[in-house]
Ligand binder design. Structure first.
Ligand code: F6R
Length: 633
């Protein structure tokens, strides 16, 4: 949540800041602002609402500054008004600060600083930071291990030791016009290295057009960037040796490439994503005569052998993918599995179970609740003193460069490429692929599956990219037309059973997120225990009914809804007479192995929510109140 950018060098800072903020707007878009320093002036411009409002304010302003910071906000403390927009300054307006995160002890710091004469002008937690730094600049205290040239760094470092919470910060000062200070404490921050110039940002896409050489700060690190170099210190003031790494991302990933929205582009990228996952994690030479696993996750035996339980921690769409994972781990690998909301688990963890694999699933790798829950679990198990409970931690993420990969020792990279649309689509499908690979690998290791059945599922997986292409080709026009029927609809119900129950949840979440229509996902068999009371001719029911163990059951549940006048839309197998008879509208998908069906059934639901929202003229890629990466609790 919230995006930070910063620049110091030889180019015009403000256009670099605005371009960077454009790519970070997915992190929050309640307000935006920039501050630059040139010719003895600190210039600050802020605007409520989306970045374009800030751009309008900046139009025509000549700003020669070569140093600046910028911010796009997702409000936590204080309403999304201009006076709460970042950057924030100290009383004398000589220091400007942008922050992503939450300063938990801001109330007491604010009182302390007010008592010393500092004047506050916002309702935010962030504003204490420039005041605190100003205080330490005027009254240096403590163990100054740094030189006179780095007084700003020293004051900022002292200030950091007073802050509680999770945050990333960038700051500049009129009195130090050749310095950009950046800090990371539990919220992401990267530094980009150019020729005589440095960039900083909450996420790499903001600096990708300028440099591929990137240093990711670790928690508890503070860096001083000047045109001459980058110095990194820990919060005790000791200098650290750090070197940038080269990114292998491509700037084209942050363009829409002819699609109206990133979400639609990302839906269309799904066949390619599945292909990449198969190429990466499947041994193409494997057959039933081979004496090794067909899956190449490269995870150590100590992590996966003799497992008795799996517990999965996740939020949102990643939690839905984890429910599919649970189905696979239990039904294919034979391992009892629980899936917990990370935000709930943190405050009510279940008693420890022995020989347990803990999996954190987060596409961004930055979700605060998921990281905190994993950290807590890792520590709880390490401290138990019992080898049976020792931590076995695995992360599933689309960002191998994220905080998650620093926290847990093993990662499955879902390889979906950067996802910009706030509503997760291709990363969800990639998470499902990770669970197919993991459950098949475990099933092979535990001999829980026959080699013939394993070969059958693998063959099914190989067909998926072409089948996804078929679904996209055959359905987009029809779904677009169908979306016209729902211009007035206020409620939707999605039902599914078994492995497709999480897909019903995901279909409902997608619709809620981007179209603001109330939608509920429900296990089809549970409808008659309450929610069926909601049904009438105004409430469409979308049922996922694919061939397999629960096909007839779902058709019966759909009939029960029809008998209450609900309009029935079916995600069903292609050319299926029973389905044609039951449903008012059909969203057919190829008739595949039930286990693999979620990869296909989710696509018509993504398209349906996309077209309903786009038709209503809504901001599909940046829906209200949401942010792509939820880095606050
Ligand atoms: C839904 C969506 C959110 C995220 C959730 C977790 O479309 O994007 O529900 O799934 O915020 O995010 P990650 O996976 O980054 O932990």
């Amino acid at each position: 949540m919230c995006g930070i950018v910063g620049y110091i060098g030889t180019q015009a800072a403000s256009s670099i800041l605005i371009e960077g903020l454009k790519t970070l707007e997915y992190r929050g878009y309640d307000s935006a602002g920039v501050a630059t320093i040139s010719e003895g002036q600190l210039q600050r411009t802020r605007a409520k609402g989306k970045l374009k409002n800030l751009q309008v304010k900046l139009e025509g302003l000549e700003d020669p500054a070569r140093l600046g910071i910028g911010h796009t906000r997702w409000a936590t403390h204080g309403k999304p008004e201009e006076h709460n927009a970042h950057p924030h300054t100290d009383t004398k307006e000589r220091i400007a600060v942008v922050q992503n995160g939450i300063i938990e002890n801001y109330r007491e710091l604010r009182e302390e600083l007010k008592a010393k004469g500092h004047e506050f002008r916002s309702d935010t937690d962030t504003e204490v930071i420039p005041h605190l730094i100003a205080e330490y600049l005027e009254n240096p205290t403590g163990d100054a291990v740094l030189t006179e040239q780095s007084r700003l760094l020293e004051a900022a470092r002292h200030a950091m030791t007073r802050l509680e919470g999770a945050f990333a910060i960038a700051l500049i000062s009129l009195d130090f016009p050749d310095e950009l200070i950046v800090v990371r404490q539990q919220a992401p921050l990267v530094i980009g290295f150019g020729q005589g110039e440095f960039f900083c940002a909450s996420d790499t896409p903001a600096i990708m057009p300028y440099t591929q050489a990137v240093l990711t700060l670790e928690n508890g690190e503070i860096a001083r960037l000047t045109p001459l170099g980058a110095e990194v210190y820990d919060f005790t003031g000791h200098r650290l040796k750090k070197y940038p790494q080269t990114l292998n991302w491509n700037p084209i990933m942050v363009e829409k490439q002819g699609f109206k929205h990133f979400m639609l582009k990302e839906i269309y990228e799904q066949p390619g994503v599945v292909r990449t996952c198969l190429e990466t994690y499947l041994d193409t030479a494997w057959d039933t005569q081979s004496s090794h696993s067909p899956i190449k996750l490269n995870l150590p035996d100590a992590l996966l052998d003799d497992l008795q339980h799996v517990q999965i921690l996740a939020c949102g769409t990643s939690w839905h993918a984890s429910l599919v994972g649970k189905y696979l781990l239990e039904q294919v690998s034979g391992i009892p599995t629980v899936v917990q909301y990370a935000s709930e688990f943190r405050y009510a963890p279940a008693p420890l179970m022995p020989h347990t694999l803990t999996i954190g699933v987060t596409q961004s790798g930055e979700t605060a609740d998921t990281l905190a829950a994993l950290d807590m679990e890792q520590q709880r198990r390490s401290k138990s003193g019992n080898a049976d409970y020792s931590p076995r931690m695995l992360g599933i993420t689309n960002r191998a460069d994220s905080s998650l990969s620093r926290l847990v020792p093993h990662i499955v990279d879902t390889k979906a490429g950067l996802e910009i649309g706030v509503a997760a689509t291709k990363t969800f499908v990639a998470q499902l692929m990770a669970f197919y690979f993991l459950s098949l690998d475990l099933a092979y290791r535990r001999q829980a599956i026959s080699l013939e059945r394993l070969a059958e599922i693998i063959e099914g997986l190989r067909q998926l990219p072409a089948q996804l292409e078929l679904v996209l080709e055959s359905q987009e026009r029809y779904v677009e037309e169908l979306s016209h029927d729902f211009s007035e609809t206020r409620d939707f119900i999605f039902i599914g059973r078994g492995i497709n129950y999480p897909i019903a949840l995901e279909g409902a979440l997608k619709l809620k997120e981007i179209s603001y229509i109330h939608a509920e996902g429900y296990p089809a068999g549970e409808m008659k225990h309450g929610p069926i009371a909601l049904l009438d001719e105004k409430v469409p029911v979308v049922a996922i009914a694919t061939k397999g163990t629960v096909y007839e059951k779902v058709l019966s549940n759909a009939q029960e809804a029809k008998a209450r006048d609900a309009r029935l839309i079916g995600v069903v197998p292609m050319n299926d007479p029973d389905a044609e008879e039951t449903f008012d509208a059909l969203l057919p998908v190829p008739n595949v192995d039930e286990l693999l069906s979620p990869i296909l059934t989710v696509v018509p639901l993504q398209l349906l929510s996309y077209h309903i929202a786009a038709r209503r003229g809504l901001d599909v890629d940046q829906p209200r109140n949401l942010a792509k990466s939820v880095t606050v609790e």
